[in-house]
Design a protein around this ligand. Sequence first.
Ligand SMILES: *[C@@H]1O[C@H](CO)[C@@H](O)[C@H](O)[C@H]1NC(C)=O
Ligand SMILES: *[C@@H]1O[C@H](CO)[C@@H](O)[C@H](O)[C@H]1NC(C)=O
Ligand SMILES: *[C@@H]1O[C@H](CO)[C@@H](O)[C@H](O)[C@H]1NC(C)=O
Ligand SMILES: *[C@@H]1O[C@H](CO)[C@@H](O)[C@H](O)[C@H]1NC(C)=O
Ligand SMILES: *[C@@H]1O[C@H](CO)[C@@H](O)[C@H](O)[C@H]1NC(C)=O
Ligand SMILES: *[C@@H]1O[C@H](CO)[C@@H](O)[C@H](O)[C@H]1NC(C)=O
Ligand SMILES: *[C@@H]1O[C@H](CO)[C@@H](O)[C@H](O)[C@H]1NC(C)=O
Length: 403
Amino acid sequence: MGAIYKYKKIFLFFLAFACIMMTVLTGQWFIFSKVPINKGYNVSEQMEIRRVLSINQCKDSTNKTVVDIVRKKKDTLFGSKNFLYCPIPKVGSTTWKQILILLKNKCKKCTNVRDVKRVHDILNDYWDSDKFRNMKKVLDRSQKMIIVREPYSRLLSGYINKVFIPVRLVFWENTWKYVERKRPVSHKKCVDFTFPEIVRYVIKAIKTNTMYNAHFDTMSNICKPCEIRYDYILKMETFNVDTMYMLKKLNRSDVYNDTDTLKRDSIVDSITWDINNMFRKDTGKCQSKPEKIRRLWRSFQISGYIGKNVKLPLSKKAEKNISKQELLQIVINATKIKNANNKVNKRLALIEAYSQVPYSDLVQLSEIFQQDCDIFGYDCKPDILFNRTKYPPSTNFLDIWST
Ligand SMILES: *[C@@H]1O[C@H](CO)[C@@H](O)[C@H](O)[C@H]1NC(C)=O
Ligand SMILES: *[C@@H]1O[C@H](CO)[C@@H](O)[C@H](O)[C@H]1NC(C)=O
Ligand SMILES: *[C@@H]1O[C@H](CO)[C@@H](O)[C@H](O)[C@H]1NC(C)=O
Ligand SMILES: *[C@@H]1O[C@H](CO)[C@@H](O)[C@H](O)[C@H]1NC(C)=O
Ligand SMILES: *[C@@H]1O[C@H](CO)[C@@H](O)[C@H](O)[C@H]1NC(C)=O
Ligand SMILES: *[C@@H]1O[C@H](CO)[C@@H](O)[C@H](O)[C@H]1NC(C)=O
Ligand SMILES: *[C@@H]1O[C@H](CO)[C@@H](O)[C@H](O)[C@H]1NC(C)=O
């Protein structure tokens, strides 16, 4: 009896250890995906599984055709020769827009993606009058690609990047009146919405069909996967591997030939963009410089670029006078700290942020996400967000003054 008891303990220990390692190594995949990623992750096989799943989930679609959709909203799909892409904000769209600029030779001096400056509208000229006239032909002969992401983390990412960090007021001006405020309206017009407020806004805007902000709209609303049959469905959770695969398909492996460079480039690019933005005059109204810096620092931790216990190495006084270049260097240095265990941050931030949302709103949100979950294969009621007793929050990322 004693021996069995002893073995049982060892067995349970290893089981627990294995679970922890799986979660640490795979991040949110282990929790969310119906198809867990592992060493044997076979991209081409997954692409086929995803394509078939999306078709099967779309059996009763509307009568709208791809042509109808693109005629109405040209930037739904654009790309290069025989290749079309539907960009979804916060889902690798910056990197892929940069890649497309290279594919189209739009930047003569660029030899790699790092040389491509972030440009938001440069590709909207895809549908020139010739292509527009022959739209059906172009659509038929083109391979179509979309990149998707687990909806809860996409929404949090939208909140962090469009509300939490110092942002430009102009981004919010049209949306302002739609955000339901339960507390007195401040007349200062500060972008100080909380995450639960944004969740309420999203629920209301989608239910009443008044969502004008693609960052918070559903992926199905943006890219119409039931009408546009995507040949390639890439996932943010496996972005680097999927992107390499796609580049190979496009015969452009020269753009990126290893996942580490791709990953590093997109991190550095994103940090540089946010810091440059922070130093603009019209960014972060109502926030002091130290507050802006702290918000950015936390956002880099939430994104998993910086370890959660890595402290901002600046005194309050130094914060006030810091230059763009210095701050960039400090952040870049912080991303290089080894063993900071930053892979778990995204997951912990997700638990923290959603724990603040009233449970009834969380349930409504899952209904709004249901179509995206069904079509793209995500669990819409993940335990880590829906079982609050089992997964209580353990971080304070969103409380910037906490230590
Ligand atoms: C991946 O899956 C495809 C299609 O199922 C198969 O042909 C290929 O051999 C697999 N590749 C690997 C490395 O297992
Ligand atoms: C689609 O078209 C068919 C026949 O043209 C029609 O009977 C059906 O009601 C339409 N469905 C929708 C959702 O509009
Ligand atoms: C890919 O490139 C090779 C060599 O440059 C060429 O032979 C082949 O036709 C290309 N394939 C496609 C799909 O463009
Ligand atoms: C990868 O690309 C870089 C330049 O973009 C090149 O210098 C390097 O040789 C390539 N490596 C491989 C293995 O193809
Ligand atoms: C602020 O920064 C400038 C230039 O970096 C420096 O000359 C100045 O002494 C600093 N002021 C304080 C109060 O640290
Ligand atoms: C960043 O790291 C480099 C090399 O380790 C060091 O020389 C530099 O002083 C650091 N910069 C800042 C601002 O911490
Ligand atoms: C939540 O997790 C606890 C502890 O693992 C479990 O006992 C409970 O049944 C779960 N609740 C739900 C609603 O799944």
